[in-house]
Design a binder for this molecule. Sequence first.
Ligand SMILES: Cc1ncc(COP(=O)(O)O)c(C=O)c1O
Length: 381
Amino acid sequence: MIYLDYAATSYIKPDLVYDAVINAMKNIQGNPGRGGHSVSLEAGRSVYSTRVKIAEFFNLKNELGVVFTHNATMSLNMAIKGIVKAGDHVVFTSLAHNSVVRPVMTLAQKGVEYTCVYGDEKGQINPDDIEKAVKENTKLIISTHGSNLLGTIEPITAIGKAAKVKGITFLVDASQSAGVLDIDMEASHIDLLAAPGHKSMLGPKGTGILLVREGIKLNTILEGGTGSASEEVTQPEMMPDHLESGTLNTPGIIGLSAAIDYLNEKGVENIYRHEQELTQHFINQLENIDGIKVYGPSDAGRKLGVVSCNVKEMGSSDVAALLNRQYGIAMRPGLHCAPLAHKTIGTMQQGALRFSFGHATTVEEINTAVEALKEIVSERI
Ligand SMILES: Cc1ncc(COP(=O)(O)O)c(C=O)c1O
């Protein structure tokens, strides 16, 4: 089987991630922060060292701002609902995933205003348009870092600068970029960063992170046991306990820690270069096939390893079924939880065939996908 669905989740993880999870399941059995005995302390130390590693990885100044969640959706909900209240205004973009759009729409029913800034037909956002959308009561600007439909990389540093000048909190959805692009929260003026552990960070499913800059105070959407301040019936204010209720996914976090070791050793820039080369090769081939329409930037330097296309007027799910059944290629068709981005490129009905590449993808796999698409197109003439 050829796996070209890394934007959904990374299929092949580095061996040290599997080993770390199994070791944690067998040998690091305590509940972190839930006792003074040695097994609890050992689990707590593993979690804490992962916080430090993550803070360094994204250049967040305070490791206590690293909050463990279950996925990017949870991180985004916590960030958005934690900061915005009735009467506030939120700016987000047409590249936003439903894990941004839906929480904003839920808040809109409770009196929150919003503006969606549209990108061009390649999915590129102009930071000036974000600035123009800002109002007196704008509380939060949300930008996707890399589109999960078009792969387009957005100018988060320019947007962050504008947000900082205006004193508005800036949230970045780094779901597709974390682990492939170097993200520096200081340099890009990011206040809140949401990412899954299971995509290009190469960690296990059930892991996500929300990084909170010191001084940003989020209201909770979940309260409960934190193992701290147990005499209090109200949620502790100190971070990360304020935002981390309930037992943590310790094996997942330890697996994520190993994944970051791998990313640091390999070098994020080398992983990106690998994916960029594959992406450019794939786009070049596709653009030469009559009957295939490719969406998003043609220049791989402007995008992540995500390429969406369609075969003539064929439904994307039909093509994907053929790719899976006849060629053993796993990729994703349909609408990619990004309805506004689909509207921009006119694929609400047809959906799009999304091929996405990762650290373990090879040029041979890309070539097989190209040949398969050629055959499918030729059978349709
Ligand atoms: C841009 C973007 N944001 C958020 C998410 C949600 O991620 P998760 O499934 O980890 O909640 C995804 C998942 O595909 C995504 O691509």
